[in-house]
Design a protein around this ligand. Structure first.
Ligand code: F6R
Length: 356
């Protein structure tokens, strides 16, 4: 891709606000009246009892964020299925299986779909490749519209999957009796603001990510904490850091710290905290600081756009604080560059994993 960086990954990170805007321009008009949902040929949401999101790696993280929309706005039971572990999964009737795969060719995902009985689940594919094997196997397909992603580490496709998935879910909920009306309206506003919040995060972290990478270049391990809807972004931050920098990184629900992981925290241990606005994080942060850990809190509730503060609602959107992924991607890339890693082609990994 063409941009200010020499590597594809840097340019793909920068493209994220534009990708989100493209998805919204095309899909958000179909939310009202549920036309997007109906156009996909999906059964009305009131005839679906539960949602299972299915995928691997970053796509599974995106799926968890999308599941949050059905859960929080529609009070529907949801679960996330790791595709490579689906062999003994019990599929209940009236399940909507949302299968996410950037490439649409991930063998683990295709095999997992073999375990879904034909009369049990409707399969909706969210993919960046609408002519892929996954797209052919699904009952309904939606293109995530991210454009080609060259860097092996998924970045803009992650954002595109979440924005696409949120539009589809909101469209299904728009005509459903399950809908929590006040939360739905708040999420519609938050949806429209995604491109702006992503841009603000890019601007805010442009120099900061590089400085932080210089500071933390010798750290041997990293913790990523979050609560609720912030947890998937903590997970994604840890995954990006591992695959790009080859340093150990682990994510945990912040409340689990005291049940073991806190023993890892020592003087200077870097601990990223994804802030979704949960006030309990203040206590978690105090625990880390008391052990000398270095807390890096991501997700200020007030970002600046063109010098003006942009106030985000206190209750974050049901897909969580999506903009927090931007600094986490930027930090992983900057650290990797500093350690002379190939950020577009991390060792041992392939862009499309066609073996299971
Ligand atoms: C991480 C990454 C992988 C993929 C995973 C699934 O940056 O890219 O974790 O997300 O291999 O790939 P797709 O989405 O093609 O099914």
């Amino acid at each position: 891709s063409v941009g200010r960086h020499h590597d594809h990954m840097g340019n793909e990170i920068d493209e994220q606000p534009a990708v989100a805007q493209r998805v919204l321009d095309i899909l958000s008009p179909g939310i009202d009246g549920g036309t997007l949902w109906r156009g996909l040929g999906l059964p009305p949401l009131d005839r679906i009892d539960r949602i299972a999101v299915l995928g691997c790696g970053t796509s599974l993280h995106a799926g968890r964020a999308v599941a949050g929309v059905f859960e929080r706005l529609g009070h529907m039971p949801t679960r996330a299925v790791t595709a490579s572990e689906a062999a003994h999964e019990v599929w209940e009737p009236r399940t909507l299986v949302v299968a996410l795969s950037q490439s649409g060719e991930t063998a683990d995902v295709l095999r997992a779909l073999d375990t879904v009985p034909a009369d049990r689940g409707t399969v909706l594919a969210l993919t960046n490749n609408p002519s892929s094997s996954l797209a052919r196997r699904a009952h309904a397909v939606i293109d995530c519209l991210a454009g080609p992603e060259i860097g092996v580490a998924a970045t803009k496709t992650f954002v595109a999957q979440i924005v696409t998935g949120a539009c589809v879910a909101l469209s299904g909920l728009a005509v459903s009796a399950r809908r929590d009306v006040a939360a739905f309206d708040a999420d519609l506003l938050a949806l429209g603001a995604i491109p702006e919040t992503l841009s603000a995060a890019l601007d805010a972290w442009h120099n900061r990510a590089k400085r932080l990478a210089a500071d933390l270049a010798t750290a041997s391990g990293f913790l990523f904490l979050g609560r609720g809807s912030g947890l998937v972004y903590a997970a994604e931050g840890a995954l990006k850091l591992k695959e790009l920098s080859y340093r150990w990184a682990e994510h945990q629900p912040a409340g689990e710290l005291k049940h073991g992981p806190l023993a890892l925290v020592d003087a200077g241990t870097p601990v990223f905290v994804v802030d979704d606005g949960d006030p309990r994080l203040d206590v978690d942060i105090a625990e880390v600081r008391a052990r000398g850990g270095r807390v890096l809190r991501i997700g200020e509730r007030t970002l600046r756009v063109g010098g003006m503060p942009l106030h985000l609602p206190r209750r974050g959107p049901s897909w969580g604080p999506l903009e927090t992924v931007v600094p986490l991607q930027m930090f992983a890339r900057e650290l990797a560059l500093r350690l002379h890693r190939d950020v577009d082609k991390p060792r041992n990994l392939a862009k499309s994993v066609t073996v299971s």
